[in-house]
Design a protein around this ligand. Structure first.
Ligand SMILES: [Zn+2]
Ligand SMILES: [Zn+2]
Length: 359
């Protein structure tokens, strides 16, 4: 039996309970979690904005140590430190064959499987494949990325979602070049990782936008050169900060229609907007045909930072070892498993950066 945070049904509060986790089958690996980050997507899965089969153990941003391996597993061995990858790629579908592994059509096949049971025998699904809100989990071998040397295991959890997403938004999606100006909307875990990544890219000016003025200190520590408290005049405020032009790039980490529209309006003519935030179907963003022509801007979605975790995690490890990427600065609180509901409440209220469950 291991402790886990179970989502009994969409819309129900999480229950902290013991679950029965079987030994790993062929191609599977059992991992003892060191830490798991609480991501906004976990909240979206809880309230039904996004859906996976339930009852489930959520948590998709984690790192830990391999306990045991099933038959045929060759890439890791007991004792190895690993980062969990919630979107494993199959290597053979059309997007995978084009190198767009973040769009793998088979990435979430594992979510429908039954991977554990509650004490009374109820079947449990592994959330977004990796069920990291538990002391231990069993995952497919391709959900693991070996942790590079010299990276603290606890904070490495953040590599699994927030950091890959924020780094990828800047480097793969928006392709920020040195000297460009960047606005980042939302200063939660992903937003803070995006700010740090803009700093790594050599952005000349990095403007953080958040509804909460309390985020300013966290945002500046992550590399923001300016901070704007979100209001009806945000686009105008950003224009003023950039000599009347608007930024070269905007990254939206909120997932709301008004923020996406404001991000787009905050860029210069020809500017690029990357949408990282995951919103609901009710969030309609509108543009008129003339302004699309006049401004010549681009607007693009972004999945998991358009990242390839197998190659990006080693790159991120270099940035960490050489002091350019500070994982600790992304963590706003360290909590126990039973602190997840309170961390969800904080996300709803827009407070803090990343809450990290430390086991
Ligand atoms: Zn996430
Ligand atoms: Zn694939």
């Amino acid at each position: 039996m291991v402790r886990a945070a179970v989502l009994p049904a969409v819309g129900s509060p999480l229950e902290i309970t013991d679950i029965d986790l079987p030994e790993p089958g062929p191609g599977q690996v059992r991992v003892r979690l060191a830490a798991a980050g609480v991501c906004h997507s976990d909240l979206s899965l809880t309230n039904g904005t996004m859906r996976v089969p339930a009852p489930a153990v959520l948590g998709h941003e984690g790192a830990g140590t391999v306990v045991s391996v099933g038959e045929g597993v060759t890439s890791v061995a007991p004792g190895d430190e690993v980062v969990l990858n919630w979107a494993p790629s199959c290597g053979s579908c059309h997007p995978c064959s084009l190198g767009e592994v973040w769009l793998c059509v088979n990435a979430l096949n594992g979510a429908a499987s039954v991977y554990a049971r509650t004490a009374d025998g109820t079947e449990l699904h592994p959330g977004l494949n990796v069920a990291a809100f538990a002391e231990e989990t069993v995952v497919a071998e391709n959900c693991l990325i070996p942790l590079p040397e010299g990276i603290p295991l606890t904070e490495a959890a953040l590599l699994g979602c927030a950091v890959l997403t924020g780094y990828g938004a800047i480097h793969h999606a928006a392709k920020v070049r040195a000297g460009e100006t960047v606005a980042v909307f939302g200063a939660g875990g992903v937003g803070l990782a995006t700010l740090q990544s803009a700093r790594i890219a050599g952005a000349a000016q990095i403007i953080a936008v958040d509804v909460s003025p309390e985020k300013e200190e966290l945002a500046r520590r992550a590399g923001a050169t300016d901070f704007v408290v979100a209001s009806e005049t945000t686009a105008k405020d950003i224009r003023k900060l950039t000599g009347g032009q608007g930024t070269d790039v905007a990254v939206e980490c909120v997932g709301r229609a008004v923020t996406i529209r404001t991000a787009w309006e905050s860029t210069r003519r020809g500017g690029r907007t990357t949408v990282v935030g995951i919103g609901g179907k009710d969030q309609q963003v509108t543009f008129n045909a003339l302004e699309l022509f006049h401004w010549g801007r681009t607007l693009a979605g972004c999945v998991y930072g358009n990242s390839n975790p197998a190659t990006d995690v080693p790159t991120l490890a270099n940035h960490i070892r050489e002091g350019r990427l500070d994982l600790d600065a992304l963590v706003s609180e360290r909590i126990a498993l039973d602190g997840i509901p309170a961390a969800f409440d904080n996300m709803v209220k827009g407070k803090g950066g990343r809450a990290l469950v430390v086991f």
